[in-house]
Every structure is written in C-alpha cells, then in structure tokens.
Design a binder for this molecule. Sequence first.
Ligand code: AP5
Length: 199
Amino acid sequence: MRLLIMGAPGAGKGTQATALAGRYGVPAISTGDIFRDHIKRQTPLGVKVKELIDAGEYVPDEVTEDIVASRLAEPDCADGFLLDGFPRTMHQVHFLDKHLAEKGQQIDAVVSLVVEPEVLVERLLERANIEGRADDNEDTIRRRMEVYAGQTAPLLFHYEKQGVLVDVEGTGTVDEVRERMLSAVEARGEQDFPFSTED
Ligand code: AP5
C-alpha cells in the first residue's frame, strides 16, 4: 500500500499515521518530523529551514522533494509507505506522481482528516503548553492554517478526481478517529483501485 495522510495543522496526521502505517506494515514518513530532526541536530538543512518553519511557511519544493526522494529510496519503502505531510503543493504532487509512475506505481489511498478550524487552534495551543513546539503559537498557527488553505487543501481535488480520496471526520477521541479511519481505508481497499494493474 502507498498511502498519504493529509489534513490541516493539528488535524491529527502524526497521531493517526502510526496506526495506519502499522495496519498495512509500511513505514510512516513525516516530512515535518524529518525537518524538526535536522533543526534539533543543527545540520545545514536544519539551519536553512528553521526560520521558515518557525514562521509557518513551507520549505521550498525542491528541498522537500529531495528529502522525500532519498527516503523513498530506502529499502523499507520498497513495498509501500505512508507519507504524512507530503505532498503540500501542486509541484510536490507532480513530483510524486512522476516518481511513482517511473516505477509503475500509484497512490492507493489518501486519507483526509477533516477537523473544524477552532478545534485545530485549541489542540495546537494545548500542545504548545506541553511540548513547546516553536510553531505552536497563535500567530504562527493562523499562518500555517492560511498556507494550508491556500496551497494544500486544493490538492484534495486532485486525489478526489483520481478516486483515491478517503475523507475521515477527525474529531472525537484519538481511538474513535483511528477506528473510523481504519474502517474507511479498509472499505476503500475492498473496491477496485482505479489504477490497479489487476484491472
Ligand atoms: P508538520 O509537522 O507536518 O506540521 P503540520 O502540518 O502543521 O501538522 P502538525 O504536526 O501540527 O499536526 P498533525 O496534523 O500532525 O496533528 P498531530 O497528530 O500532531 O510540518 C511542520 C512544518 O514543516 C510545516 O509547517 C512546514 O513548514 C514544513 N513542512 C512539512 N512538510 C512540508 C512539505 N511537504 N512542504 C513544505 N514544507 C513542509 O496532533 C496535533 C495535536 O492534537 C497533538 O497534541 C495531538 O496529541 C492532538 N490530537 C490529535 N488527535 C486528537 C484528537 N482526536 N482529539 C484531541 N486531541 C488530538
């Protein structure tokens, strides 16, 4: 399975990615986690992207795509993967489509976690109190949401048109969302995938 999990900041992508990846035995790859790890280790990449991430802006496409290409080339991705937080721009969508097409592969399902904006802000402000993530302050949260609405939300239409989009209501307890999501993806897997080579 080649899966994507999408949703606005705070929608629960990272929280639910582990369960979804675990269900299908594929690695969960979060571009946000990869960037934060570089920032923590103060690598040249971390130094380069810190200011952008702290301001709630996206890292340039080419930088992000290089990171994803390297990660997808690792052996544990040979039979599938779950990407959390990638793609976020149409440029990244085209990059991923091309990358997969070269291998005769395609995305099987795209989970879209749907959560009301005010719930998102509440969740992220709460996390700011607990974890102190640099981009979890009210101004940056609002900016992240704006950037998501402008650049990433429209990508859902692309996946809807491909017939792989699985909308999941992302409110309720973490366990409730997980069960709802796993059932929805399983139900989708029981249908014929539009680009399946078995068709
Ligand atoms: P990233 O880390 O992906 O940030 P994000 O998209 O803003 O998402 P979050 O990690 O804040 O939220 P989430 O949806 O994963 O929710 P979570 O499970 O953590 O990216 C960070 C930055 O890196 C970007 O802003 C950008 O600058 C850069 N970047 C990354 N990818 C990029 C790309 N492809 N291109 C360019 N730039 C890129 O949950 C949030 C909180 O809510 C947690 O505290 C959690 O415990 C809680 N929670 C979760 N579910 C529930 C629930 N059901 N009920 C109550 N609380 C819940």
